[in-house]
Each structure stands twice: as structure tokens, then as C-alpha cells.
Design a binder for this molecule. Structure first.
Ligand code: TMP
Length: 254
């Protein structure tokens, strides 16, 4: 088999050259990191679940007209995506106070926010993804005012839609992180949703018990990470046949 060219290897994903021009293959690893790489582990089955959950959410969003980089899922761990020029921003939306917002502003975790809040972080591992404002983004040219306008409009639509979708599954969408890219089609450019949407980059709490069903279980050493991700997949109605998938043992046929 021909070896594929690696374009980029990140903490949780590998990007390979795609099978068609203008495409890329996104491979979901089982690796998990937190604190900008300070804490590392492998969580068997996480990549399979994130591939499936992200496929589902991106497809649902495409269904309401949100442009994304997603083309199709290829197998248990890979999806075909469109090649985009990633905008170096992490766009975080918060509906409920948690994580760094609670720490930074002294707001108790779980406090409902008076309105959804969008924050921007500059994607730069060396600087540990610092918090930045729209002023920094446009002044340094990471995104133009028009790009930012598109990003904010898409982010609000994604938040509204996903909040409702998760609520229907008994899950509170506390906060999440999005990434966007520029998709070039001839001379025409548009901003599309990129990366992934999964329990790795969302805070998802059970709507009645507030049980955490996301990566905070790893960040805070709570255990039960794969079980929580599986629960999210199950509630969304997309549980893959087997979390381990590739090394599933024999099945008794009755
Ligand atoms: P934070 O509370 O740590 O700032 O995180 C807010 C949300 O953004 C949370 O759902 C996790 C997600 N996130 C990422 O996906 N990647 C990151 O590098 C960071 C800092 C947060």
C-alpha cells in the first residue's frame, strides 16, 4: 500500500494528503492532552467516538446551511475534509460559566450567563493560546473585519442550533470551541467551519444531574472518559457498533 503523506500532526489528530485534489484526510487519534500538553494519555476508543460524533454534528449543521469543511466519513477513524486555510483563532462560546472563565472572573461553575459570550484565543502553542480581542485580530491581520463578521454570525447559528440539539438529548451545552477556515473556490473565498466538534472541545453536562460528559473527566482525573463520550453518542442516536471497533472480538450469532 502506498504510504500517505502527513501534512500535519496535532495533539489529537493527524492530517494526511487527501484522495482528491483540494481534500485532506483527518485521522482521529486516541491521544488526549490537557494544559497545553502538560498532561498526556491514550484513551482507547476516543478517536472512533469523536470521528462519529463530529461527523454527525457537522452533517446536521450543513443541513441548516452552515458551511463546513466536512465531506464524508471514510472509516472508523478517518474523514475526508476540504482543504482550507485555517484562521489562527479558537472561537469559544459560553452559555454557562465554567473552566477558565470561572477561574479568571471568579464566577461559580454552573452559573447561567445572562447571554451567550464569544471569546477569541490566538492559536499559538508557544504562547499557550492567549486570550485576544477583535482589535488584536483585525490589527494583526489574523482575520479581516469581514471574516470576523462571518465568523460571529456562523458561531451564533452554531450555538443556537447545537444548544437545541443537545437539549433534545438531555444534555446542556455549557461551552465549546470552534475553528474556522478560508475555503477557496477559484477566486472566491468563503469562511467555513473546520476542525471537529466533539466532547474533546465542548463542555456537555447532563441536563438534570450536571454530570460531566466531556473532556473535563480527563482534565480533572475523574475517570470514565470513554463511557461519557459513548453516552453522548448513544443519546445522539449514533453509537458506533463497537467503541474499540477495529479489534472487536467474535460475536455470537443466535
Ligand atoms: P476553557 O474554559 O478552558 O477556556 O475552555 C472553554 C471551552 O473550549 C471548553 O469547552 C474546552 C474548549 N477548549 C478547546 O477545545 N481547546 C482549548 O485549547 C481550550 C483552551 C478550550
Amino acid at each position: 500500500m502506498k504510504r500517505r503523506r502527513v501534512i500535519y500532526e496535532g495533539k489529537a489528530k493527524i492530517l494526511y494528503e487527501g484522495t482528491e485534489p483540494g481534500t485532506v484526510i483527518q485521522y482521529f487519534k486516541d491521544d488526549a492532552t490537557a494544559g497545553n500538553g502538560a498532561k498526556k494519555d491514550t484513551i482507547e476508543g476516543k478517536g472512533v467516538l469523536n470521528n462519529r460524533i463530529s461527523e454527525y454534528l457537522m452533517t446536521q449543521l450543513q443541513g441548516i446551511g452552515v458551511p463546513t469543511h466536512f465531506v464524508r466519513r471514510l472509516n472508523m477513524r478517518e474523514q475526508l475534509i476540504k482543504e482550507v486555510e485555517i484562521i489562527p483563532l479558537e472561537v469559544v462560546v459560553r452559555n454557562v460559566a465554567a473552566g477558565s472563565m470561572s477561574k479568571r472572573l471568579g464566577i461559580e461553575e454552573g452559573t447561567a450567563l445572562p447571554r451567550s459570550i464569544i471569546e477569541y484565543y490566538y492559536k499559538n502553542d508557544g504562547l499557550q493560546d492567549p486570550w485576544v480581542s477583535e482589535e488584536h485580530i483585525t490589527a494583526f491581520g489574523w482575520a479581516s473585519p469581514q471574516d470576523l463578521d462571518d465568523i460571529v454570525n456562523l458561531t451564533i447559528r452554531v450555538n443556537d442550533f447545537l444548544s437545541g440539539l443537545f437539549l433534545g438529548a438531555g444534555i446542556k451545552l455549557v461551552d465549546f470551541k470552534l475553528e474556522f477556515g478560508r475555503l477557496w473556490e477559484n477566486d472566491y473565498m468563503r469562511i467555513v467551519l473546520a476542525d471537529e466538534i466533539s466532547p474533546d472541545n465542548c463542555r456537555l453536562w447532563d441536563v438534570t444531574t450536571n454530570e460531566k460528559l466531556d473532556k473535563d473527566r480527563f482534565r480533572r482525573d475523574m475517570g470514565g472518559v470513554v463511557e461519557a463520550y459513548s453516552e453522548v453518542a448513544k443519546r445522539l442516536g449514533i453509537m458506533p457498533e463497537s467503541v474499540q471497533g477495529e479489534n472487536k472480538g467474535p460475536v455470537l450469532v443466535q
